[in-house]
Design a protein around this ligand. Structure first.
Ligand SMILES: [Zn+2]
Length: 252
């Protein structure tokens, strides 16, 4: 149930959201990025990652799924080969943004099967994340918007929410929407009563962000051309990520 009218959502007028300066990320401190799939990191928060690194702030990344359902029928890229390709692509993208390979961890859950709170292996996923958090000791964690349309994105939020609530209550959690324009006018939109929303000015690193997105060639080009049902980030969709700001949400 959503009793609040949609026009009350903080995302109803994105262009009117407060625009915070690039230096804002300095308040985040050491940051852990949780990416359900290779590409979410660049699409959702590539600008923030680049800024953090330019300010010499430590950034690490956990990639939850293997990304192998983007092209499930490709003969040229069966699951294992596609997984390797997507892991190569995210390493390449993150290098562009200033994050080295040793700061990336792959959990390799099957694509679309990242454990959600109703899954049998949810607690195990929470424990894995807790171990990672205990090792990395981040001040801030970036995770997809809790009601982003993709089930893996929701599961990612549920895992981190559970892990931090229980054991790491001091860590700041900031949510990043991926399918922003889709959720802005749906019942999944953030409500003014639950979160604040703002934009981060990424003008000075937008070029880096776009180059990082383009490193995900399996998602942005015809590199895998033998799967009619293969996923593709079309130019129209990519345009939505080419803004000189990124939107972030934080619980009130
Ligand atoms: Zn994703």
């Amino acid at each position: 149930m959503n009793a609040e009218p949609l026009n009350k959502s903080p995302l109803a007028n994105i262009s009117e959201l407060e625009l915070k300066s690039a230096e804002t990320v300095l308040d985040w401190g050491k940051t852990l990025i949780v990416a359900p799939h290779p590409d979410d990191e660049s699409l959702g928060c590539g600008g923030a990652i680049a800024l953090l690194r330019e300010f010499d702030v430590e950034v690490s990344v956990v990639v939850l799924s293997d990304g192998t359902l983007s092209h499930p029928h490709s003969k040229k890229f069966p699951a294992e080969k596609l997984r390797d390709l997507r892991e190569f692509e995210i390493k390449d993208a993150l290098e562009m943004l200033g994050v080295t390979e040793k700061s990336i961890e792959f959990f390799r859950y099957q694509d679309r099967s990242v454990p959600s709170e109703n899954s049998e292996n949810f607690n195990e996923a929470v424990e894995r994340c807790c171990k990672q958090i205990a090792t990395l000791k981040p001040d801030t964690i970036l995770v997809p918007w809790r009601r982003d349309p993709h089930p893996d994105h929701r599961a990612a939020f549920q895992i981190i929410n559970q892990a931090t609530r229980k054991f790491f209550a001091d860590i700041r959690i900031i949510e990043y929407p991926i399918w922003l324009w889709e959720i802005a006018e749906s019942v999944d939109a953030p409500r003014a009563s639950e979160v604040t929303a703002w934009r981060l000015d990424i003008t000075e690193v937008l070029d880096k962000k776009l180059r990082a997105i383009n490193k995900h060639k399996s998602q942005t080009t015809d590199l895998i051309d033998d799967d009619a049902e293969g996923f593709r980030l079309s130019p129209e969709v990519l345009e939505n990520f080419a803004t000189d700001w990124e939107v972030y949400l934080e619980s009130i």
